[in-house]
Ligand binder design. Structure first.
Ligand code: HPA
Length: 246
């Protein structure tokens, strides 16, 4: 069976320029409203679905995204594979601003978010395997595309997902580093686990937009973040187009 690919765009990626929009569909789910319509696009005859995680324009903060509705809506529209684009802070030495990371692990520090479809009245309790949270086949597609375009990237990394919306303290980042986290973001979970529950192949394409708190002398500014987004989203888009076209 061929994959039906969907992209969840994060901060800095509210739409996919270069992809022809064929239509937009407002989808309702038993879990409420997704962040926006599901956009159906096409590049060189290859179809792709797109959803802006924070809405378009960007308005929903990470802790208020309806991850359950978003994943369910994509499943309803037939998605079998998802590339999730996430802006993150860099902790590991090579993962500075505008570096692309295709992580292979997650640690979840979020709380109070709906993190499972398996609750309420059920016939049996369901525990999905989540040892390797990202789909290796989707990761390999991303890695191959990054290689082709000669992008500065890492094909490994532990994504520490914090609650936000504030950035971390320097001590919190030091703890994340001791835990083994290489990057820190606010939107990787529960999205990945919900996709796993829906049996959708899911991987993350993370763009580092700042050094995490305490990793440099200076504080984190929005200007610095916007500059890294401007530079790095170009690489992210090249990778996405390559994967859509493959
Ligand atoms: N921390 C958490 N989330 C983020 C960061 C960060 O430094 N940068 C972008 N998203």
């Amino acid at each position: 069976m061929t994959k039906k690919l969907a992209i969840i765009g994060g901060t800095g990626l509210a739409e996919l320029e270069g992809v022809e929009v064929l239509g937009q569909k407002k989808v309702t789910t038993p879990y409420g409203e997704p962040s926006g319509p599901i956009v159906e696009g096409q590049y060189d005859g290859k179809k792709v679905l797109f959803l802006a995680r924070h809405g378009n324009p960007h308005r929903i903060p990470p802790h208020e995204v309806n991850y359950a509705a978003n994943i369910y809506a994509l499943k309803q529209e037939g998605a079998t594979a998802i590339i999730a684009v996430n802006a993150v802070g860099g902790i590991e030495g090579v993962m500075g601003p505008a570096h692309v990371v295709i992580p292979d692990q997650i640690i979840d520090y979020t709380h109070g978010r709906k993190s499972t479809y398996f609750e309420g009245e059920m016939d049996s309790v369901n525990h999905i395997d989540f040892s390797y949270p990202y789909s290796e086949s989707v990761r390999q597609m991303l890695i191959k595309a990054a290689e082709i375009h000669d992008v500065a990237y890492s094909d490994y990394g532990v994504y520490g997902c914090t609650q936000g919306p504030r950035l971390e303290t320097a001590a919190e980042v030091a703890r994340l580093e001791r835990d083994g986290c290489d990057i820190v973001g606010m939107t990787g979970m529960p999205e990945a686990a919900l996709a796993a529950e829906q049996e959708i192949d899911y991987a993350c394409l993370a763009l580092v937009v700042n050094w995490a708190a305490g990793k440099t002398e200076s504080i984190i500014t929005m200007e610095e973040i916007e500059q890294a987004i401007d530079e790095g989203m170009g690489y992210v888009k090249k990778i996405l187009i390559e994967v859509i076209n493959s």
